[in-house]
Every structure is written in structure tokens, then in C-alpha cells.
Ligand binder design. Structure first.
Ligand code: ZN
Length: 453
């Protein structure tokens, strides 16, 4: 069966917008894109077409969110206005001591509901529990679920690696064509150099992609450059020896030979010009999470320079515990406005480039651009339909500009992953939203009564 999705505007990203356009999908793949009349004429020989007409809407490639923490969705609004160190410490405690696996599952599933409703079809998710991986599979979204590993004490490195292997081996049989596994040695202040070495060797042997939180904060810089600050203090209190290498995070990762696996580096706020050279040289990619970085007061990653120098940069929302929404239209707009405000250039990231950043560039950062990211014949059919009929979107002179300057995830009326409708404008079809909402509220009641940071 061929399904024809029609809309007033089709925005393929790879080619200019098409008015009164259509995208035909068969067996999960795009088989035709263009003006509706032409597509219909071309496909007439195929017999019956099922038509989904979106009317006054734009149809574009699904949004690619290159950094999330689905399992933390229940902590949205629970950790407001804390210092970064207190935030991460409280979060770790709540997740570790107050959230059982069943709670993390509810949390991650609600995250998938939110993402699907916002037109996000692919997530690069970082997690400790496997709940994000399972939620992506159940929810029918596409993704990479990076399993986190921690261990600042080199004496514990082998034990940490064994635990990671056990988790990966348990999850691997459930991998699908859509949802793959990866590994995430968390960050330089929470993973010893020995554990980095062991984990990277394991990732190479298993051909698993790697993601690392990197160069995010002043506290991380202090830890590496002078051995001072809260992270160094934390290790000292636990009797863990730490000799600072006195270099930047990216230089440190390069010296450890970690960059050889072309990891996805999350944040890279403090990347220097020399660091950007290392990213280019090694072919590492970057997850830019501007709202999370701004909320913590961490600063703004030099993404314009990175992009100029050929680094593959995708947009990420980070967890809703630090954002507080999983909405790539919102994130992209924030990234554009920040760049323009700080660089004094009102022409930076024009509308078409911004839409490409939310879609194709994210796919490139994850190495998925041969499968998704544009509406082209032969690609897998990850589509999002966005209504242009709401008051805040009228009138529409340029559909791409309207989308990136005024629409949000709440204007999404259709989300399709590999030809399967996940969200139809009314409800998410793959998860039972209302019982899930009740369970999430119950969990939040419990988490809300735990006091202190
Ligand atoms: Zn993160």
C-alpha cells in the first residue's frame, strides 16, 4: 500500500519548498516527492493510494534531537535554580535512590510521548537504565540509546566495565533496525582515564557509537586545568587521587586517544580554537544544547566557528530536568537568536539553514544522513506535519521562515517514523497516554516529597 501525504507546503530540505506538495510512502520509504498533481500522475499505475491530507500545513523531515535523557523526564521542574554541582548531585541521588526501574520506564515513556508530539522522530538518548532504549522501541521512534558508565576511581575501572558489558549484553538482542545501542563514558570528572581507555576499546570491538558529556562548565575546566573546584573536592573527599593534566577537556580526550572513535561530544561549550581543530581533525561531532547551557549559566558553545570549520553539529534538548521542554523548533530558534545576539549579525542562520540544522545536520552528526534527514526518494519516511493555521502563524509569506520563527512543537499534527504513524494530531498511537500520565503524576508526588539537595 502506498500512502500519499499532502500539504500546502512540502519542505524537503534537500530541495526548495513545494507548494501543494505530496510525499508518497511505501514500505517505510519515500517513493515520490513533488507537486501533488505530478506525484499522483506518476503513481497512478500503482493503483489505490491512501491519502492523508494535512491542508494548511507544512510537511518536513522528522526532527533529530541529538541529546536527551528520556529517563529523567519525571524530574522536569524538580531541580530548579540549583548550582550545576548541586543539580547533578541531587539528580544522581533522586535517580539512584528514589526511582526504581519501573519509575524510570514511566519517565522515559512520557519523554517519548512528548517527543513524538513535538515531531521529534530521532533521539540520541543517554541513560543509565535501559528504560530509554525500551521506551524508544515501544514508542516506535528512531534512536541511539547510549548506556552511561561512571567511575572516577581507577581502582574500580574493571568493575565498571564489567557492569557496562553486562548491561549491553542484556539489551543487545532487543536492538532493532530503528533503535541501536551506544556507550557513554559520562564525563572527564566522573570517569577515570583507565576507564576511558577500557570503554573505548570495548566500543571499538563491538562497533558501538560513543557519546561523552564534554567541556560543559567552569567547574569541569577547573577540575582539569588546576585540580580545584567542586568536582576535585568530591574526589578528594572519597580519597581518589587526581592529578590535573592542565589542558582543556577536548585536548585531554585527544591525548587519551578517545577521539579516534569519532564520538558525539555533548555541549563543548568551552571549546577553544585549538579544540575545534582537534574536532575537525578527528571527525568528532557535537551535540549543541543551547537552552540547557544557558539555564545553568555555562555560556554559549562556539558553534558558528565549529560549523565554519566543518564540525558536524546537531541540536539537542538535553534532559527536560534542565531545559524544560523537548522541542527542537524551540531549541533551534533559541540557538539562532543567541548566535545573532552575541555575534551582532542579523543574517546568521537564515531560515533554510536553521530547518536543515534541526533535520539533516542532526542526522549527519549521528551518521544517519544516508537514511533520514531529508525528504528524498529512497530515504526512510520520517515525516512531521506542522499546522500553519494557528493565529500565531498567520499570515504565511514564507513557510520555512514561518516554521522556524513562530511554530513550536505544539503545532505538530503528524509524526511518522519509517512510514508508521506515531502521532496523528490527536494522540500518540504507540503508547497509552492517559494511564501513563497518571503513573507519572504519582511518581512526581513521591519525588516531590524528598527534601534537600
Ligand atoms: Zn546531558
Amino acid at each position: 500500500m502506498t500512502v500519499l501525504y499532502t500539504a500546502q507546503w512540502v519542505l524537503p530540505v534537500a530541495t526548495p519548498p513545494v507548494q501543494d506538495g505530496a510525499v508518497a510512502v511505501a514500505d517505510g520509504r519515500i517513493v515520490a516527492v513533488g507537486p501533488e498533481a505530478e506525484v499522483r500522475a506518476r503513481l497512478a499505475r500503482l493503483g489505490t493510494l491512501e491519502t492523508v491530507a494535512l491542508g494548511r500545513a507544512a510537511l518536513c523531515p522528522g526532527f533529530v534531537n541529538v541529546h536527551s535523557h528520556l529517563e529523567l523526564t519525571a524530574l522536569r521542574g524538580r531541580l530548579e535554580d540549583l548550582s550545576f554541582f548541586d543539580w547533578i548531585r541531587t539528580l544522581t541521588r533522586l535517580r539512584g535512590e528514589q526511582m526504581a526501574v519501573a519509575d524510570l520506564e514511566v519517565s522515559a515513556q512520557w519523554g517519548v510521548v512528548e517527543a513524538a508530539r513535538a515531531g521529534i522522530t530521532t533521539l540520541a538518548d543517554t541513560e543509565t537504565s535501559g528504560a530509554g532504549f525500551r521506551a524508544l522501541c515501544q514508542g516506535g521512534l528512531r534512536g541511539i540509546a547510549y548506556q552511561e558508565v561512571f567511575g572516577p576511581d581507577p581502582m574500580q575501572a574493571k568493575k565498571s566495565l564489567t557492569g557496562l558489558k553486562r548491561r549491553l549484553e542484556a539489551l543487545r538482542p532487543a536492538e532493532t533496525n530503528l533503535v541501536r545501542l551506544g556507550i557513554s563514558p559520562h564525563a572527564v570528572y566522573s570517569v577515570s582515564s583507565l576507564l576511558f581507555r577500557l570503554v573505548i576499546e570495548y566500543a571499538e570491538r563491538q562497533a558501538l557509537p560513543v557519546a561523552i558529556h564534554c567541556a560543559e562548565s567552569q567547574a569541569e575546566d577547573d577540575f582539569l586545568r588546576s585540580g580545584q573546584g567542586p568536582f576535585a573536592q568530591f574526589l578528594r573527599e572519597r580519597g581518589i587521587a587526581w592529578t590535573p593534566p592542565r589542558v582543556s577537556t577536548i585536548r585531554y580526550l585527544s591525548d587519551l586517544n578517545v577521539l579516534r572513535v569519532k564520538p558525539l561530544l555533548i555541549h563543548a561549550v568551552r571549546a577553544t580554537e585549538e579544540d575545534i581543530g582537534l574536532l575537525t581533525f578527528h571527525g568528532a561531532s557535537v551535540a549543541h544544547c543551547p537552552k540547557s547551557n544557558a539555564k545553568f549559566g555555562h555560556g554559549i558553545a562556539p558553534v558558528s566557528r565549529m560549523r565554519q570549520r566543518g564540525v558536524r553539529v546537531g541540536l539537542g534538548t538535553d534532559s527536560v530536568a534542565s531545559n524544560n521542554v523537548c522541542d527542537l523548533l524551540d531549541e533551534g530558534r533559541f540557538a539562532q537568536l543567541l548566535s545573532r545576539a552575541t555575534q551582532g549579525d542579523g543574517q546568521l542562520l537564515p531560515a533554510a539553514a536553521l530547518l536543515q540544522w534541526m533535520t539533516l545536520d542532526g542526522a549527519c552528526a549521528l551518521g544517519l544522513d544516508d537514511r533520514i534527514g531529508t525528504l528524498e526518494v529512497g530515504k526512510e519516511a520520517d515525516l512531521v506535519g506542522i499546522s500553519l493555521a494557528s493565529p500565531h502563524l498567520e499570515p504565511v509569506y514564507d513557510p520555512v521562515a514561518a516554521l522556524v520563527t513562530a511554530a513550536t512543537g505544539r503545532d505538530v499534527v503528524l509524526t511518522v517514523v519509517r512510514g508508521r504513524v506515531i502521532y496523528d494530531g490527536q494522540r500518540v498511537l504507540t503508547l497509552d497516554e492517559e494511564p501513563l500520565r497518571e503513573r507519572l503524576r504519582e511518581l512526581a508526588r513521591r519525588l516531590g516529597t524528598v527534601h534537600g539537595t
